[in-house]
Design a protein around this ligand. Structure first.
Ligand code: BEZ
Length: 246
């Protein structure tokens, strides 16, 4: 009887973990979940096949819908910016790869915002059973059980999740924001700095503490050229771009 009870509890626990695991959103700092699936460019294992590039995985609800179409066209428009930052973009939805290919061909013929036709150079994953979307917590059940939410995972060169964003179906994403986030994260990694609200590439950045004492500043006023303070809690490092004025 005891053994039976133990087996029963073990099964319930295992089921619970499996179900909870299914819907877990990978958190910032965690290893990016790995999956293999068909894409518009053949079978790809994400994120591993993209080596030590940074990666961004975008999910969208459905092919051939207006907001999703505008999003893919804006992503295609930013391809060279992502390339410069060493970012490999990938897209996923629960539609199948045949539909993805038809949609891609259709989008590539459009003249969106008078930019002329543009080739889509990133792969679109199929995910008809939603299995891989679930790995990334991109199916938000109260909204839909079989259509992705608008999800964005930024993953670094070591396959660690560095940024997680979700947007509602009704609101198309500002794709330039993901260029900005990668720029900020890469600068932070390189220079151990943080970026203030509304920061854009080239703007001054925040340092965790003011690096000079008042005595050092008094002895060498030129040090102020590199760093400055706003109030007594915010310390900036001067960059080439915009200064935050006191
Ligand atoms: C759209 O992207 O336009 C869309 C997607 C799902 C439902 C409704 C609209």
């Amino acid at each position: 009887m005891k053994r039976l009870m133990f087996t029963f509890v073990a099964i319930i626990l295992a089921l619970g973990i499996a179900v909870a695991g299914d819907y877990k959103i990978p958190l910032i700092g965690s290893k990016a979940p790995k999956f293999s699936a068909n894409t518009t460019e053949g079978k790809i294992t994400f994120p591993n096949d993209f080596g030590n590039n940074w990666k961004i995985l975008f999910s969208h609800p459905a092919d051939f819908t207006p907001v999703c179409s505008s999003e893919l066209l804006e992503l295609a428009h930013l391809q060279s910016d992502f390339k410069k930052l060493g970012v490999q973009v990938a897209v996923i939805s629960t539609d199948n790869v045949e539909l993805h290919k038809m949609w891609e061909a259709h989008l590539e013929e459009l003249d969106y915002k008078n930019r002329g036709p543009i080739a889509i150079e990133f792969p679109i994953f199929e995910d008809p059973d939603g299995k891989n979307s679930k790995l990334y917590g991109m199916l938000h059940e109260p909204t839909s059980t079989n259509r992705d939410i608008r999800g964005v995972f930024i993953i670094d060169d070591k396959n660690i999740v560095r940024s997680v964003n979700f947007y509602p179906v009704e609101v198309g994403r500002d794709m330039t924001e993901f260029v900005r986030i990668v720029e900020a994260l890469q600068l932070s990694d390189k220079q151990h700095v943080y970026t203030p609200a509304n920061w854009e590439s080239g703007d001054d950045v925040i340092v965790p503490y003011f690096p000079y004492t008042q005595a050092e500043l008094a002895a060498n006023p030129g040090l102020k050229d590199d760093y400055y303070q706003v109030g007594d809690r915010i310390w900036f490092k001067r960059m080439e771009g915009n200064t935050v004025h006191k």
